[in-house]
Structures are given as structure tokens and as C-alpha cells.
Design a protein. Structure first.
Length: 97
């Protein structure tokens, strides 16, 4: 009894092609989304100001993120982190190359 693998080869080719396309779309979209977050002005945001204050205190006491803050809104988390990094001396730990 012989098994015909021709239909399975087509299915495999379609699945691999779809995976390659999805990966390409994700890779192209990611830099555009990341750049948008980095250029945002949070200077008037209350969470940003809180982050700046706490970053300065931690820098004065030679601590790195003494308190971890988590807010309900993702935007507040981003603003706080940006402020903390600014207050801690403008260091960006996630931008190390």
C-alpha cells in the first residue's frame, strides 16, 4: 500500500509560507511601534513626575529601583518608567548595546 504525500507537501508549503509572512509583518511593524513610545512627552503626567522624584531619591541613596511601582494603566507605567530613568540620572538600562 502506497501513501500519496503530494497533498501533504502542499499543506506544509502553505503553513511554512504563512509563518514566514507573519514573522515578516511582525518584524516590520515592531520598530514603528517602539519608536512611537520613546518620543512621547510625559513631562506633565503625574506618574512621570512621581517617577522623577523617586528616581532622584534612589540615585541619591545609590539604589536601583528601590520600589517597584505597577499601575493599572499601561500608559501610567510607561510614564513612570520614563520619569524614573530621567530622575535616576537619565540612564536607560534597557538601551544597553
Amino acid at each position: 500500500m502506497r501513501i500519496n504525500f503530494k497533498p501533504y507537501a502542499w499543506v506544509l508549503a502553505v503553513v511554512v509560507g504563512a509563518g514566514i509572512m507573519a514573522g515578516t509583518v511582525r518584524a516590520v511593524a515592531s520598530p514603528a511601534m517602539n519608536g512611537q513610545d520613546q518620543n512621547q512627552d510625559y513631562s506633565k503626567n503625574a506618574r512621570y513626575q512621581q517617577g522623577v522624584r523617586e528616581g532622584k531619591v534612589d540615585a541619591a541613596h545609590k539604589r536601583d529601583h528601590y520600589k517597584k511601582r505597577h499601575f493599572k494603566k499601561d500608559e501610567d507605567n510607561k510614564a513612570y518608567e520614563a520619569g524614573y530613568q530621567q530622575g535616576h540620572g537619565g540612564e536607560h538600562h534597557d538601551d544597553q548595546k
